[in-house]
Design a protein around this ligand. Sequence first.
Ligand code: APR
Length: 176
Amino acid sequence: METNLRERIGFVEGDITKMDVDAIVNAANTSLLGGGGVDGAIHRAAGPELLAETRKIGGCPTGEARVTKGYRLPAKWVIHTVGPIWSGGNRNEDELLANCYRNSFEAAIEIGAVTVAFPSISTGAYRFPMERAINIALRETKSFLQANQSIKKVTFVCFGREVYNKYQEVFKEVFH
Ligand code: APR
């Protein structure tokens, strides 16, 4: 099982909007009306129909996920999830970030996505400590993939070499 698990997780350095997978995950905000960072990049690449659809959803609570089409993106779907804003670690941030991954995986199952790409949720504007966030991401992914066979590949899209190296480091610990 272990090796199979390792084959189902990948890491790339680059721009998530270029990923040709069934679903990419967006690090959105509770309004779902777009923003900067990866949210801005996804809306720019998907085109105006994405905002038209997210506007109809009417928002998303922190830790939850909502699905839209991908429009002009190579990805068929966008799973919008809202990460916690880091405020020291005593406001349930870890659990809320874990929920982002759990709920994004559940959403992927519902739409039948078998390949999914994640950015590093909450580690930019929301200032969640990178290594702590990566630990949560990889532990949640490991337990989800152990329990579910339908998702064939999860790819973490790292914005920069430093982040890429950190994912590799944490991967070795979590999947030792
Ligand atoms: N592809 C992959 N990763 C990216 C991209 C991209 N095109 N652009 C940025 N990133 C990385 C950042 O380097 C960071 O590591 O995504 C991670 C998440 O950063 P943010 O996009 O700032 O997301 P987050 O920290 O979750 O803050 C969300 O920012 O953009 C607004 O509307 C968004 O209010 C929400 C908040």
